[in-house]
Design a protein around this ligand. Structure first.
Ligand code: NAI
Ligand code: MG
Length: 505
């Protein structure tokens, strides 16, 4: 019997720090204070490894959205925030990064308990990634600049013109984030907005609000002025939709499903809010015939199984050249079978559950549809016996391009494997998707790689690696994977307005 078939171990008890957090009753962060929701309703929060409720958070109502937007508006226009020097904003963001580091162990554990990912992964990826994202963005607070240019305006005789541009914060920003990287997504959204001088209303996903709330406590501890960051927990269709429709919001930044991205883009049109959308993907992993197959097998496994496949850039479509296809699929299937499933706080666990029962049902539904359409389940294809929301790492072969499992984002540990014949057809196969978030190419042939990269319609192309991100590396989608770029200098296009100043002198 292989490891993934073994029964799921029990979830260990949380540490004292996390137990203390779970005893607190989370509230909404509005105007620098923790307050009850006007709705007095709550959203249950589950441990996906056990299906047990571990906490509950307020279900923010439209009245709470009004209060939070008003607090963010007040903080944007008056008080210490707009008067602060960029270097003071930088210092505050850096202070927050230090508090994240000081509380790293608690944050990693809380992320694991709420999302299902292993504490180990949270402590080497999510938490340091969050700290470093804030650090990188802290540095930008002092580097946002405009330009001067020599104008050719013909004015009245003797009059000259001095012309320049400056970048100003876009204003009050609503930031709606998903459940796959709950804490890291807070930093991707808050980091650049705060560096630019915006104020924020952040809505974490209803499934995973806990680390956002802990981060809210650290934001207060760091000393951000009241109302600069407000945090509202609640459901997307209510709290999220009220935020997007609110006339007091200048910009919406969203990460999540393409379906909701389209709803948000339409809703934001009424008041012409600025919108940036980081949406779904169906990213290809392209293995050329000369690739180092040992590297490919580990790389392709990580590309799809990292974070239980709940990654917008997951390498969910494997294309291997016919000469290496069988070896790659066999290696990948062996890797899948060797992965030990379990609860995130167990140090022996290599892959945790999916985030929710809903997500588990969705992923199992996709696997069934693949089966019905004639795909071959090479390995996995089912849930182990457990009250948690686990799905075994799954490899599907014998798929056709028109199958649902090939066309739609599954967002779970499921890869579809296809073979290709020649290098001329591979770009067309890789691009045969409404998405365009990412891709990876595996080869040692420098010429082949450089010829292929420009043909791939995706916002990020990795070569001999997959899923690596850096705060300096712009991130975002082509096609229906969204628009706008996060990270790097590029993100400031999203959080600033460009003002031209023309002075007759
Ligand atoms: P979702 O897109 O519904 O949720 C993401 C965020 O949007 C959450 O904070 C949610 O509360 C909010 N939201 C939902 N409806 C909203 C609305 N009408 N107005 C404003 N905000 C709204 O994603 P969901 O339902 O959790 O997952 C469905 C699928 O979406 C997944 O199976 C996956 O394919 C995809 N997804 C993609 C993500 C990515 O990183 N690109 C992240 C999460 C999900
Ligand atoms: Mg949804």
């Amino acid at each position: 019997m292989n490891a993934s078939l073994a029964s799921i171990a029990p979830q260990p008890e949380p540490s004292a720090a996390v137990a203390r957090f779970l005893k607190r009753t989370p509230k909404l962060l509005i105007g620098g204070e923790w307050v009850e929701s006007k709705s007095h309703k709550r959203v249950p929060v589950m441990d996906p490894a056990t299906g047990r409720e571990i906490s509950s958070v307020p279900d923010a109502s439209a009245a709470d959205v009004d209060r939070a937007v008003a607090a963010a508006r007040q903080a944007f226009e008056k008080g210490p925030w707009p008067e602060m020097l960029p270097a003071q904003r930088e210092a505050l963001i850096w202070k927050l990064s230090e508090l994240i580091e000081r509380n790293a162990d608690e944050l990693a554990e809380l992320e694991s308990l709420n999302n299902g990912k292993t504490k180990f992964m949270a402590s080497i990826v999510d938490v340091p990634g969050t700290r470093d994202y804030f650090r990188y963005m802290a540095g930008w607070a002092t580097k946002i600049e405009g330009s001067t240019f020599n104008s050719s305006i013909h004015g009245p005789p003797g009059v000259k013109f001095h012309t320049y541009t400056q970048r100003e914060p876009v204003g009050v920003v609503a930031q709606i984030i998903p459940w796959n990287f709950p804490l890291a997504m807070c930093s991707w959204k808050l980091g650049p907005a705060l560096a630019a001088g915006c104020t924020c209303v952040l809505k974490p996903a209803e499934q995973t609000p806990l680390t956002a709330i802990r981060l809210g406590e650290l934001i207060l501890e760091a000393g951000f002025p009241p109302g600069v960051v407000n945090i509202l927990t609640g459901y997307g269709e209510t709290t999220g939709a009220a935020l997007v429709a609110h006339p007091g919001v200048d910009k919406v930044a969203f990460t999540g499903s393409t379906e909701v991205g389209k709803i948000i883009n339409k809703a934001a049109t009424d008041t012409l809010k600025r919108v940036s959308l980081e949406l779904g993907g169906k990213s290809p992993v392209i293995v050329l015939p000369d690739a180092d197959l040992n590297m490919v097998v580990g790389g392709a496994a990580n590309a799809i199984f990292f974070n239980s496949g709940q990654v917008c850039t997951a390498g969910s479509r494997l294309f291997a050249h016919r000469k290496v296809f069988d070896q790659v699929v066999e290696g990948l299937s062996n890797a899948a079978q060797a992965i030990r499933l379990g609860p995130g706080l167990d140090p022996k666990t290599e892959m945790g559950p999916l985030v929710s029962k809903e997500q588990q049902d969705r992923v199992l539904g996709y696997i069934d549809s693949g089966r019905k359409d004639g795909a071959k389940v090479v390995t996995g294809g089912e849930a182990p016996a457990s009250a948690g929301y686990f799905v075994k790492p799954t490899v599907l072969a014998n798929v056709r391009p028109d199958m649902k499992v090939v066309r739609e984002e599954i967002f779970g540990p499921v890869v579809v494997a296809q073979r290709f014949e020649d290098l001329d057809e591979i770009a067309a196969l890789a691009n045969d998707t409404p998405y365009g978030l990412a891709a990876s190419v595996w080869s040692k042939d420098v010429s082949a790689v450089h010829r292929l990269v420009p043909k791939i319609r995706a916002g990020t192309v990795w070569v001999n690696c997959h899923n690596f991100v850096d705060p300096a590396m712009p991130f975002g989608g082509f096609k229906q994977s969204g628009f706008g770029r996060e990270a790097g200098r590029a993100v400031f296009e999203q959080y600033t307005e460009l003002k031209s100043v023309c002075i007759a002198i």
